[in-house]
Design a protein. Structure first.
Length: 209
């Protein structure tokens, strides 16, 4: 099964001083599997950051958005301490014991300085792991721990893997502009992720359908 290959995103870099914003630049849904619903199901929110405070706040924000839209969001740090994330045996045990049916992962995959120069081309990688554990190993191997400086574009990749069967269900890459803090960055991304999950039917929409 061909998931997605490497892609290139081209964007017009905005001038400094614009309001903070987040939107998806690209999304993908697996056409080869039966549509999945996560309503009422335990879903782990896992943010690939080696910074403990960043990870906890971001996972709390993502889990809260999942729960608000009908799932049961579980912050990953509550079942797997950051110090143990690269111990795959412990990670597998923790995730299996959680009772979750899926994992939503978020990771920063690119960052560019905003300038007045137009038509700056931004090269971005795509994680084309159809299974969760190869994705997990790679993502923690390059886990991000920085903080976005003022007036930057930050690209965050979000993926949804079911655990049984182990399949990549959905993936997307968002672009956030002019974030003042990591908390603001991940809060906005989590909000957009939850809205997108409603739009594609992973979680219930605002009418309850």
């Amino acid at each position: 099964m061909r998931i997605l290959g490497r892609v290139w995103l081209c964007g017009l870099v905005t001038v400094a001083g614009c309001a903070a914003s987040t939107a998806f630049a690209t999304t993908w849904r697996n056409p080869e599997i039966t549509p999945v619903r996560l309503d009422g199901q335990k879903v782990i929110a896992l943010v690939m950051s080696s910074n403990e405070a960043t990870r906890r706040n971001a996972e709390d924000a993502l889990a809260a958005q999942i729960s608000a839209k009908g799932g049961q969001g579980v912050p990953g740090w509550t079942i797997l301490p950051t110090a143990e994330t690269q111990n795959e045996e412990r990670a597998r045990t923790a995730i299996a014991s959680s009772g979750a049916v899926a994992v939503v992962t978020m990771e920063v995959v690119g960052q560019t300085q905003v300038s007045n120069a137009p038509n700056v081309r931004v090269g971005m990688r795509w994680s084309n792991h159809g299974s969760f554990w190869p994705h997990y190993r790679h993502s923690w191997g390059v886990a991000w721990s920085g903080a976005p400086p003022p007036r930057t574009n930050v690209f965050v990749e979000t993926s949804v893997h079911t655990l049984d069967p182990d399949e990549l269900v959905w993936a997307g890459r968002s672009k956030s502009r002019n974030m003042e803090s990591l908390d603001a960055l991940f809060a906005q991304v989590a909000n957009e992720v939850a809205a997108e999950f409603q739009r594609v039917g992973l979680l219930k929409n605002s009418t309850g359908d």
